[in-house]
Each structure stands twice: as structure tokens, then as C-alpha cells.
Design a protein around this ligand. Structure first.
Ligand SMILES: Cc1cc2nc3c(=O)[nH]c(=O)nc-3n(C[C@H](O)[C@H](O)[C@H](O)COP(=O)(O)OP(=O)(O)OC[C@H]3O[C@@H](n4cnc5c(N)ncnc54)[C@H](O)[C@@H]3O)c2cc1C
Length: 441
């Protein structure tokens, strides 16, 4: 602990110990209690995949950066836990791939539709280059790993328990944010605020940015069931008459999203939990006995699915990326992927602009949107098509099983055909690579 921290009062000392016990940076406590205002170059709001990756890359370019995260840690239930090939490629660019590989994880190379008793192979990552698998890693492990790497750089700060409540706008320019912390209010002044605060973004609301709502016909109920070694693995979409669910193999358990028509969650929750168990078992009879492990509705979490995007991702002094700029449907599980690709694009632009001593003006910020808008629109378009054709089609057809077009059934026999959706999900469109000339490697 730094010498300056020893001067602190006993009460604060206890707070520090608490942070240390949780493995959190004590330096941040010093910042929060000794000052109620901080100046930095880049202030990132939100420590999710977009915020932590951007913070890491900027720190590596020598830019002074602070990430403000409202939670005290990265532990969250039912988050996206897939690290896609494009992110593996970014980690490789950064020289972190070997260290990442040491995190306990397992790999998925294919996905299938289960319709009644028929199994239709859907995606195959085998043969894709340079990486041919999805790594399943709990999101908190991934974020802890990236944050630990970022903290090695003196120009990086992560302030947790720090919730941004408003944006400071002066003469039409964003100059910082106001936040609440356990030690009181905090003002952070910055040359650029980057909103990475997810689908309910405070920065987005504060800036009153225009949103295009693309609508989703469904919501998802997330829960877990025990998994056994003899179960099939990978990713499975199970389609029945009038209902469906997506099962993600998490080694010792299945993470499952039961898909319901939008807004129907409350009605279902009025039924006893046994009715929910019955519905799940009717889709996956082999899991019937294990459905008893769902004891109450408290174990079932609702995700209100939304798909939207901002018309403009930036204003003078602020930029938004990740879900804050474009909330993604869970279809294809591409949200983390896209958020990280946005972070790489933003880091490349910010680091280059700083290296060339240019201002982070409209030209620089619009460059990020220009690079990332098209890939986002394309993925959202595909998600909407899948939502309308597969999800709505299944939920509406309550009397019979969904029908697969014969051509799709025939094509799905060929790996090269199954590689196409795998490549879109795995690498997305408009692949971003770390521009090594801007970073310290
Ligand atoms: C249940 C569920 C399952 C999903 N499954 C997948 C999947 O399998 N694969 C996949 O790729 N994607 C998945 N997604 C989508 C994916 O999680 C998101 O697209 C992705 O996390 C977006 O990253 P982000 O960094 O933009 O935002 P988030 O991950 O939402 O991170 C935002 C961060 O900002 C913080 N924050 C919010 N407000 C404030 C504030 N005011 N002040 C400070 N901090 C704040 C939040 O605590 C959070 O840590 C899933 C989403 C959900 C909800």
C-alpha cells in the first residue's frame, strides 16, 4: 500500500481493507476520498466487455483512462459468456492469447437445431481461420482477466462501486460525468466520455440521443439445469410446437433461455412453477427428472429482449459503443463480440488521434461510427430475420412443429454450408484488428 494511504483515518482504513479483501484496487479509494473531482483524458462509463477492452487498449497506448463501473465486481448471473473467434484474434494481437487459454474454459465447435426427434446441424466452426471454436468462459473471469492486465499500466484506473448519474455538458460540449460512490459524489472531468454502459445506458439517456427501435417479438427466461457428462454438448436450439429454448453447455450445468412471446412473462409467472417445469420437460423429455431442481420462480430470470441502435453514436465530447450504441438481440450470442470489436475500433482511432496530437473532434468520433455502423446493421438485420422467421414462426405455430425448408435440410449436411453461419457468428462483419503501431507491444 502506498505511503500516502497510511495517513488515512481509521474508518477509511476499514474501507480499504474491504476493497483489498475483494481484490479491488486501493488506489481508487485514495482517489475517491481525497478528492471529489478527478481529471483524466478519457473517461469510460461501464466496465463490461466494451469498457474494459477499450480501457485496456488505451492504457497500452499510454493514454490516461478511467473506467467507472457501478457494481463492486464483475459477478453477474446469466450474462453472455461466449468469447468468439474475433475476440480470440484480438487477444492474440495483444499477445494475451496464451494467458487467456490458461483460464478454465471449454470450447464449442458446433450448434444444432433439435425439432421434435430430429437433429439438424446448424453451425460448424471447424476449418475457420485463425480460430475455429467459441470459448465458453464466465464473463466475470474474462473481465477480471482483462482488468488485471490493464492495471499493469500506470495510466489505467478502474473505479468500482461508482455509478454515473449524469453527464456534465458545458456550452454544448460533454466535459465529464457525475457519479455516486461509497465515499460520496465524484466529478470526473475528461477530454472524452465514452458510454459503454450497456443496454440501459445512462449516458445515452442523459444525451437524449435518437434511437431506432427495431423491436423484438420475444423475451427470454434464463435458468439452469444440472448437466451430466453423458448429455450432448455444445449449443442447442430446441424447437417445439409453440415454444422453444436455447441450451448452452456450461460443463456441469445447462444455461437455458426459454423463449416466450414479448410481454407474456408476467402471465406465465402467475402459474405454479410446476407448470414451467412441465413446459421445459415437454421440450427436452430427457431432462424431465432434472427439472425438479427448479424450485421457484426466483431461479428464473427474465431478460426483456430489445434490439435498437442510435442514429448518431457521438456528440461533441462523447462517444457511445457496445450495447449503449446498439442493443443486440441474444440471437447468435454476438453482443460481446460486437462490443469488443467496437472497443478495438474506438481504441485505434483514439490512440492514433492522440499520437498525432489531434483533437478528438467530430471527424475522429464519426470515424468510429463509420467503421462500426455497417457491421452492426448487418448483424441486426440477420437477427431480425431470425426473430421473425424462426422465433415468431415457432411461437405462433402452437399445433405443429416448425418446418425446415427442404433445401436448408439438404444443405445442412455439408460442413461448408454450416461454416457460413458459424463465420458470421464467430467473426461478424468488418473484422477489427488492433493497429499495433498505436500500442506498446
Ligand atoms: C442474459 C443475457 C445473455 C446474453 N448472452 C450472450 C452470449 O451468450 N454471447 C454474447 O456475445 N452476448 C450475449 N449477451 C449480450 C451481451 O451480454 C452484451 O451484448 C454485451 O455484454 C455488451 O457489452 P457492453 O460492454 O456494451 O455492455 P454490458 O455488458 O451491458 O456492460 C455495461 C457495464 O456498464 C455498467 N453500468 C451500467 N450503467 C452504469 C452507470 N450508470 N455507471 C457505471 N457503470 C454502469 C454495468 O454494470 C456493466 O458492467 C447476453 C445478454 C444477456 C442480458
Amino acid at each position: 500500500m502506498g505511503a500516502h494511504l497510511r495517513e488515512l483515518s481509521l474508518g477509511f482504513q476499514a474501507f480499504l481493507e474491504l476493497l483489498e479483501n475483494r481484490g479491488l484496487p486501493t488506489q481508487q479509494a485514495y482517489l475517491m476520498t481525497n478528492k471529489n473531482n478527478i481529471c483524466t483524458d478519457i473517461c469510460i462509463v461501464g466496465g463490461g466487455p466494451a469498457g474494459i477492452m477499450l480501457g485496456y487498449l488505451l492504457a497500452r497506448s499510454g493514454v490516461e483512462v478511467i473506467v467507472l463501473e457501478k457494481h463492486s465486481d464483475f459477478l453477474r448471473d446469466f450474462r453472455g459468456d461466449t468469447v468468439h473467434p474475433s475476440t480470440l484474434e484480438v487477444l492474440n494481437d495483444c499477445g494475451l492469447k496464451d494467458k487467456f487459454d490458461a483460464i478454465p474454459q471449454h470450447h464449442i465447435q458446433d450448434a444444432a437445431f433439435h425439432i421434435g426427434t430430429e437433429v439438424l446441424p446448424l453451425m460448424d466452426f471447424r476449418g475457420l481461420k485463425p480460430f475455429d471454436y467459441l470459448a465458453l468462459v464466465p464473463q466475470w473471469d474474462f473481465l477480471n482477466f482483462m482488468a488485471k492486465e490493464a492495471k499493469q499500466y500506470a495510466s489505467f484506473q478502474l473505479l468500482v462501486d461508482c455509478e454515473v448519474t449524469s453527464v456534465i455538458i458545458e456550452s454544448g460540449v460533454v466535459n465529464g460525468v457525475m457519479a455516486t460512490t461509497p465515499a460520496g459524489a465524484l466529478e470526473v472531468r475528461a477530454a472524452l466520455v465514452v458510454g459503454c454502459d450497456g443496454r440501459h445506458s445512462t449516458v445515452r439517456k442523459a444525451l437524449d440521443l435518437k434511437v431506432t427501435d427495431l423491436e423484438a417479438p420475444m423475451d427470454a427466461l434464463w435458468f439452469r439445469l444440472p448437466r451430466e457428462d453423458t448429455d450432448a454438448g455444445g449449443l442447442e436450439a430446441v424447437l417445439g410446437a409453440g415454444h422453444m429454448m436455447v441450451m448452452i453447455d456450461r460443463r456441469d450445468y445447462w444455461q437455458i433461455a426459454y423463449v416466450v412471446p414479448k410481454g407474456s412473462d408476467a402471465e406465465l409467472r402467475e402459474q405454479p412453477i410446476s407448470e414451467f417445469r412441465r413446459l421445459v420437460a415437454s421440450l427436452a423429455p430427457e431432462l424431465k427428472a432434472r427439472c425438479d431442481s427448479i424450485q421457484s420462480w426466483d431461479e428464473v430470470k427474465t431478460l426483456v429482449v430489445g434490439v435498437d441502435r442510435l442514429e448518431r453514436w457521438h456528440v461533441p465530447g462523447a462517444l457511445l459503443i457496445g450495447d449503449a450504441a446498439h442493443t443486440m438481440s441474444p440471437i447468435g450470442g454476438v453482443g460481446i463480440n460486437l462490443a469488443i470489436q467496437d472497443a478495438v475500433a474506438a481504441a485505434n482511432v483514439i490512440a492514433k488521434t492522440r499520437r498525432e496530437n489531434r483533437p478528438l473532434d467530430k471527424n475522429a468520433l464519426s470515424e468510429v461510427q463509420r467503421r462500426r455502423e455497417k457491421p452492426t446493421k448487418r448483424l441486426q438485420t440477420l437477427q431480425i430475420i431470425a426473430q421473425n422467421r424462426v422465433v415468431s414462426g415457432t411461437l405462433e405455430s402452437t399445433r405443429e412443429l416448425p418446418k425446415i425448408p427442404p433445401l436448408v435440410r439438404w444443405l445442412s449436411r455439408f460442413r461448408r454450408f454450416r461454416n457460413i453461419p458459424a463465420k458470421i457468428v464467430g467473426y461478424g462483419f468488418g473484422r477489427e484488428r488492433v493497429d499495433r503501431s498505436n500500442f506498446k507491444f
